[in-house]
Design a binder for this molecule. Structure first.
Ligand code: LMR
Length: 394
């Protein structure tokens, strides 16, 4: 049996992580995997997470199983964090999942279980793991234009043109905020146009939101998502806590569905629990409980929000520094888009050869499509990157 296996190509982002680790050069710069790093290159455990973990160790009396859909206090806290008052709680089903990837996987399984012929529409480009999971599950897929390679903004006209092809019951995968890999995002007006298109066609949005709080703020980042939730009869939403709570390895996330009515919501909730049972039974609890303790405690929550805001503003500052350095060195505003992009990533628009030269000649690691992790920079390395970009002719 095992000799029948064909090894799949390695995930490009994770492969890059290893190449970086293996590079012995001093002064190498890691702009690869989407993990937040402070100015010293550390990924700290957030203060509120540490405090909640201490409290949890003191007070937790059992490690017995939770519910199949996870701890209801966690799923409720996440519903409020993401959807707020956009839609009545009685229409929302939520289940805890192992991280955002687990939520995406479960959401796609739910979609396939409900209608195996439905097509999922995915932005071009997108996070590579979206494509591989969809392919692995054998779900019909179409791509829609998203990124304008010239302006490095959203090609909204192209996107809407392509999405005219959606049919009732299709799903449209949208990044809730902080688009990965491009950093280019929809305006609220554009979200409203997408809502109108989905309303008119009867297609269902599948939101992936992994960076709430990293763009324009915790509430601002979900304005588009809430607009869709408030207007459309149905929605599927995968949310990750990996980045905004910094609990990457705890695998903490949720899958939510918004249904037309309470009866549909109950069926969806039962299906989410069923799908969890088929795949891993009970979802991981440690990260979920820590997140819930933070969200439900005024002091912990205030401290978390303050630290998250510092992280967000720090990344914005790095964006501005990089855009300014590049403006000066190229004597042009070609790279001003870096300051306009939001979230952890920007796609710079370098060629594969330039990306390779940056790695080989300058020890600067970015994903092959020239996606950079802004948080991988600091005041020292911003000019280093700017200079290297000019040197490779970007
Ligand atoms: C990324 O895009 O770098 C992150 O979401 C990490 C990952 O799992 O790929």
């Amino acid at each position: 049996m095992l000799s029948e296996l064909t090894p799949q190509p390695a995930d490009k982002i994770l492969e890059l992580m290893q190449l970086y680790r293996d590079d012995p050069r001093e002064g190498k710069v890691d702009l690869g995997v989407g993990v937040y790093k402070d100015a010293d290159g550390r990924t700290p455990v957030m203060r509120a997470v540490k405090a909640a973990e201490r409290r949890l160790v003191e007070t937790q009396e059992t490690k017995a199983y939770t519910g199949l859909a996870g701890d209801p206090a966690f799923t409720e806290a996440m519903r409020r964090l993401v959807l707020g008052d956009a839609v009545e709680a009685g229409r929302v089903a939520v289940a805890a999942t192992p991280g955002g990837t687990g939520a995406i996987r479960q959401g796609l399984e739910l979609m396939r279980y409900a209608d195996k012929d439905a097509t999922i529409w995915i932005s071009s480009p997108t996070w590579p793991n979206h494509l591989t999971i969809v392919k692995y599950l054998g779900i019909p897929m179409r791509e829609y234009r998203y990124f304008d390679g010239e302006s490095r903004g959203v090609d909204f006209a192209g996107m809407m043109e392509d999405l005219k092809g959606v049919k009732a019951g299709d799903l449209v995968l949208l990044h809730g905020c902080c688009h990965n890999p491009t950093g280019a995002n929809l305006t609220v007006e554009e979200w409203a146009s997408v809502a109108a298109l989905l309303e008119a066609t009867g297609a269902v949005p599948f939101i992936d939101i992994a960076y709430q709080g990293f763009g324009d703020g915790l509430d601002a980042d979900v304005e588009g998502v809430r607009l869709l939730a408030g207007r459309l009869p149905e929605m599927v939403l995968a949310a990750s806590c990996s980045k905004n709570f910094g609990v990457y390895r705890e695998r903490t996330g949720v899958l939510m569905t918004v249904a037309r009515n309470g009866a549909d919501r109950d069926s969806a909730q039962a299906t989410l629990a069923f799908l969890n049972r088929q795949n891993y039974s009970f979802p991981p609890d440690h990260g979920a409980r820590v997140v819930q303790m933070i969200l439900d405690d005024d002091d912990l929550r205030a401290d978390w929000q303050e630290e998250l805001e510092d992280v967000r503003l720090g990344m914005l500052d790095l964006r501005q520094q990089l855009a300014a350095e590049l403006r000066q060195r190229t004597n042009s505003d070609r790279f001003d888009f870096v300051a306009q992009h939001r979230g952890m990533f920007s796609r710079l628009g370098c060629s594969p050869e330039q990306v390779m030269a940056l790695r080989k000649d300058h020890g600067i690691y970015m994903v092959g499509d020239s996606r950079i992790n802004i948080a991988g920079l600091n005041a020292r390395t911003v000019p280093v990157l700017a200079e290297a970009l000019v040197a490779v002719g970007a």
